[in-house]
Every structure is written in structure tokens, then in C-alpha cells.
Design a protein around this ligand. Structure first.
Ligand SMILES: O=C(O)CCC(=O)C(=O)O
Ligand SMILES: [Fe+2]
Length: 325
């Protein structure tokens, strides 16, 4: 006889004896549980009750608390950094809200292909929506802005349109990035002493801003073109970004949440983009650099690639960015 069936016979005997002296089965079960000989299994109803309780705590206590905390953190964050973009700039928070990422797009990506004479058909078919970065060499090399845009060009433009300066200070987005000088807005930028602006200055400055002022856009558009490889119908022409700064660190590592694709034309200086897959896709590819020279246009899905930039020694970097979808 196996030990299991011996145990069964013994237990049956104990039960019968207990019944004969008036001890109930419930009492015997309680006794066995107390001794650790049998374990009470939760019923399906008890499991459901527990799951419901966890859901209830998450929905009505944890999530509202996180929401309240983020509301409280926002003004403090904006006051400290001057940046209105809470999610893309606070790295851990961006991580917490990162939507599900399909790692396939990073598979085997080791560099950004350097393309030239890229037709619109080729761009649409092979690159526009693949979320793989590309560099279109010389795509902006015939734009008049190349010889015109400088710190002084933007300073003169804004100082001759005080209402636009006010408007962009109030309404536009402004990122001070890793500047060692305090620059909180365009007025601070355009009142910097010229020795601090010089590209060889010991002071470090690198900023980015978006302009929605018609006078500014109108003047800039006289000197820039829509990238020849992007069909104009896809271009989100209303939204211009300008990034400008001295050699050294540029934007620190971040990922955006704009759900459109970004192109950026290098109009002065040389900037290196370091592109990194999200942590959960690091097994698919490794971080790599893309060097963007004057006259080149880089196309990056800044929602999928973590990115940081560095201006190489030499001239001040000036870039114009916009979006397509
Ligand atoms: O040009 C840079 O330094 C940063 C640009 C950037 O973060 C972006 O276009 O999303
Ligand atoms: Fe970005």
C-alpha cells in the first residue's frame, strides 16, 4: 500500500472515530488547519473580492494621488526650469508614462543613412514613417538663411518687432537647456553682452524656442525653404523651432511626446545628435551619433528615440526645425 492511500485510510478512521464521539467535520478541519496539516484554499468569490479591492485602491486612491502630485509639481518645475514641458523633460516621469513601444523599429539600426538626391516618393515610401533616423546631406545648402541667420539676425528681428518679442515671451515655448548663464526668455537672450555670446566664450549657452508670431515667421520664411524631399502637404509649416547655442552640451537626453515627425536643418555650426533606443529595446540596437554639418537636414522621430545634442567646437550652432505628419 502506498503512503498516500495509508494516510487516506488513517484520516478516514480518525473522521469516523471523531463523528462517533460527536465531533463535527468543521471542528476537525479547523484542527487540521491549525496544525498546518491542511491549507484553506480561497474560493473564487474570495479571489474576485481581493482583485476588486486592489483595483479599487489603484483607481480611487493611488491614481488620483499621483495626478494631484503631478499638478502640484508642475508650477514648481516650470518656475525652476522655465520649461513648460513637464513630461518630456522630467526623465523618470517620461519613463512612467512611456506608451508601449514596438521594439522592431530599432532592430539592427546602427547609424542614420546619409542620403542625397532623395525624391519625395522615395522619402514617403522608405523613410517618412519608418521611425528610423536619416540625414539628408546638403538638403538646405542653397537656403539663403545659411549666410544670414546669426545671433544678430534674430536679435535685430525681435528688437524691431517688440510686440512679437513680448508675444513669444508670453506664448511661445522656451528651453534654457544646459546654459550656464541665466536665460529665461528671449528678452534675456537678446540682452546678453556680446562677449558672452561669442562662440569661444567661457560662458555656456544653448537655448531653443518656438515662435508663433506672424512677423517673425514671415521674415524667416523669406530665407528658408520647405525641405525638397518632404511633400509640402505633409509639412506642418505653422510651427517653427529655433535652436541656437555655443559649442558644448546642447539639449540633455529626453524623449518627446508630440506624435509627429521632426526635421531639423543645420544652418550654422556642427551639431552631433546622440540617439538612444528606449531601455526596454536596448537589446535591438545601441546608441549612436549623427553628425549634422552646415546645410544638412536630419529627420528623427523624437517620440521614439531618446535624443541629446552637442555642438562641436567652431561656430555657434543655429538650426530651424519643424514637423510633418
Ligand atoms: O536641437 C536640439 O538640440 C534638440 C532638438 C530637440 O530636442 C527636438 O527637436 O526634439
Ligand atoms: Fe526633443
Amino acid at each position: 500500500m502506498s503512503t498516500d492511500s495509508q494516510l487516506y485510510t488513517d484520516l478516514k478512521g480518525i473522521l469516523e472515530n471523531a463523528r462517533s464521539v460527536g465531533i463535527s467535520e468543521i471542528e476537525i478541519q479547523g484542527c487540521l488547519e491549525k496544525e498546518g496539516l491542511i491549507q484553506e484554499l480561497p474560493s473564487p468569490a474570495q479571489i474576485m473580492q481581493k482583485a476588486w479591492r486592489i483595483l479599487d485602491i489603484l483607481t480611487f486612491k493611488v491614481y488620483p494621488l499621483l495626478f494631484l502630485l503631478s499638478l502640484l509639481a508642475y508650477p514648481t518645475f516650470k518656475a525652476f526650469t522655465g520649461s513648460p514641458c513637464l513630461v518630456s523633460e522630467v526623465f523618470p516621469l517620461a519613463e512612467a508614462v512611456t506608451p508601449f513601444v514596438d521594439c522592431k523599429i530599432y532592430k539592427g539600426v546602427t547609424h542614420a543613412p546619409r542620403l542625397s538626391n532623395l525624391s519625395q516618393e522615395d522619402f514617403i515610401r522608405n523613410y517618412a514613417y519608418q521611425s528610423k533616423p536619416i540625414l539628408v546631406v546638403g538638403a538646405a545648402s542653397d537656403w539663403p538663411a545659411l549666410d544670414l541667420f546669426s545671433y544678430d539676425y534674430f536679435k535685430d528681428l525681435y528688437l524691431s518687432h517688440p510686440a512679437a518679442l513680448e508675444g513669444d515671451n508670453e506664448q511661445g515655448q522656451f528651453f534654457a537647456y544646459s546654459s550656464s548663464i541665466t536665460i529665461n526668455n528671449l528678452s534675456d537672450l537678446f540682452t546678453l553682452p556680446s562677449e558672452k555670446v561669442a562662440s569661444m566664450s567661457k560662458e555656456k549657452w544653448y537655448i531653443g524656442w518656438s515662435s508663433s508670431e506672424p512677423n517673425i515667421g514671415e521674415d524667416m520664411r523669406k530665407h528658408i525653404r520647405s525641405p525638397y524631399f518632404i511633400p509640402p502637404t505633409l509639412n506642418n509649416g505653422d510651427w517653427a523651432w529655433i535652436f541656437m547655442g555655443a559649442p558644448g552640451p546642447g539639449a540633455s537626453i529626453h524623449v518627446d511626446r508630440v506624435e509627429v515627425f521632426t526635421w531639423q536643418a543645420q544652418l550654422s555650426g556642427t551639431k552631433v545628435w546622440t540617439l538612444t533606443p528606449p531601455p526596454e529595446c536596448e537589446h535591438m540596437c545601441q546608441a549612436f551619433n549623427v553628425t549634422v554639418n552646415k546645410g544638412d537636414i536630419i529627420v528623427v522621430d523624437t517620440n521614439r528615440w531618446y535624443h541629446q545634442t552637442t555642438v562641436l567646437p567652431g561656430n555657434i550652432s543655429i538650426t530651424i526645425g519643424s514637423e510633418y505628419n
